[in-house]
Design a protein around this ligand. Sequence first.
Ligand code: 3H9
Length: 655
Amino acid sequence: MSSPVKYTLTGNIGVVTVDNPPVNALSHAVRQGLLDAFETAAGDASEALLLVCEGRTFIAGADISEFGQPPQEPFLPDLCDRMEASDKLFVAAIHGTALGGGFEVALSADYRCAVPSAKVGLPEVMLGLLPGAGGTQRTPRLAGVDAALQLMTSGKPIPAAMAKEAGLVDEIIEGDLVDGALTYVQKLLDDNAPRRSTSALDVPEHDAAIFDQFRAVLGKKARGQVAPQAIVDCVEKAAATPYEEGVAYERQRFMELMGGDQSKALRHFFFAERAAAKVDDLPRDVELRNVESVAVIGGGTMGGGIAMTFANAGIPVTLVEISDEALERGLAIIDRNYAGSVKRGKLSEDKAAACRALISGATDYSQLADVDLVIEAVFENLNLKKEIFAKLDDVCKDGAILATNTSYQDVNEIAAATKRPQDVLGLHFFSPAHIMKLLEVVRGEKTADDVLATCMKLAKRIRKVPVVAGVCYGFIGNRMLQPYAQQTQLLLLEGATPEQVDTAMENFGMAMGPLRVFDLAGLDVGYKAREALSEEEKGDPAGYRVPDLLVEAGRLGQKSGSGFYSYDENRKPTPDPEVHKMIEDTASELGIKRRDISDDEIVERLVGALVDEGHKIIDEGIAQRASDIDVVYVYGYGFPAFRGGPMFHASLTAG
Ligand code: 3H9
């Protein structure tokens, strides 16, 4: 097999080229190829070495698919040290993304150059790891302790210009990278530029208190996660000890993290997210439809957020409402959201204005005759949705994709309101739609292959993570929420308090405990939905009696100032003895004996409720695979990614 690393002599410069699609990950063959190239160069006439990559990116990191398997030499940390020790000037030329082990390879060069569009980063923390090939030791030596901690604990890549400012990149190359980099190397040779082993540099002066400051902030921001704290420990070590000692410590902490459950879970999640975008039974060569214009029906919170999502991806959107007043209201919400994004520094004023300019309004369906995709986002009423789809069937051009953003309704029935059910599917966004990453793509019985494939691809363009779901009440996510909600109520009646349940789940890592979520969403939503159900459909009254009583007492959640908690004017929750009493009275009325319930039992029963329903969802073919359910719960419902999602967590705890 030919090596993914080529070595050629271009004049007096040895050019090492990595070509390992798709992202030039540092597989065993790449590591071996790099080592061989450096050995060859050691014995030839080259005066300097230039490392470049083919394809869309510089090396994007260690090969994650090799993690967890028996390690094979050469190991990356040794390879980086070997490259750094080369007796020839070594320069790395970066395009695309130099990430993780890839950036660590670049850090072992004497100098780094990059095209302006390049990004560099150390995202290991997202995999529950720390940079384990000298990154925690070399980065602070070049960029200082603060910048190094920011880069490694956030995991967020930074643009080339910022990296240059931080001292992580030395030269920005305009135009062709290889030509420019060769010129740059020659100039360094001509100038007799000094060799510059990063590991030999001193860590710049810094405030010794910075480490504890980071620990405290990360203790809150990355609650329960071990990797961010380990990164701080390693950088502290870099500042306090010689490189060799620091790098040995880094190795030890890296191996600990690699063997731990959090990294296993996050690595699972990395591949789960990418697997979710694949639909097993779709032909590979299916031709996609063109989507260059979109209409959104309904200018409420959801419709507005969906419109922003497309506009933010550069796709023009028409927002449709029933009257001028409703349209004005909808557009005003969008204006407010953009203003908020500018204020919070998420978007520049220019970018926000450019996105906003892509959103226009209409009150007349005739304006939808030419759009490629329509997304209906009106309130949850099946008859209304069917009426809208019948109208769309009349006005939309052949081949337009017709989508509903329903959270619960039967997509097949909605499709049947048209004469083109093959063009209909569900695109279920999560609120706020312009922020939440999840998109449930609901495949109707008759949805055409090219419609599904087009929407899966489109999801990536609008920066969403798509998961395919079959048709059932609530699809994947909301269907699982029902037994979870019911189990929450049972725990309260059997002896737990709302604050105990929430705290137990938040300590487990949930973004928000279930009762705080219900209060945020509004208890009246579930109440109204139950009103439409028969006693039999509602199930065991223990599952909903307390929320019913709360709504009947005017406690609708945050919006009315009280629900399971009382809220102050800043919406800060306080436990409420009145609610405790209501729970105790209901338990005795239903003949439920109260007892002490441990936090472990709370977590086990609530996650167990999700997992049991998850298994049914897979058995019924509603989800393609267990890992898709994990993606739904992490991106749509605040389940901690460092637990891998409910299904992975269950498989891990089952042993
Ligand atoms: C590390 O480096 C540890 C070291 O510090 C120490 C070691 C001792 N490995 O995301 P995409 C696959 S930890 C293996 O859809 P994009 C991916 O699964 C690593 N495979 O493309 C997918 O496969 P498929 C630190 C990888 O353009 C395909 O490539 N580095 C890896 O949207 C395309 O990926 C990272 O964490 C990998 N490292 O985004 C970077 N990376 O087509 C992780 C990707 O079969 N990677 N694949 O589904 C990324 O962030 C994005 O992939 C990237 C491209 C931004 C590069």
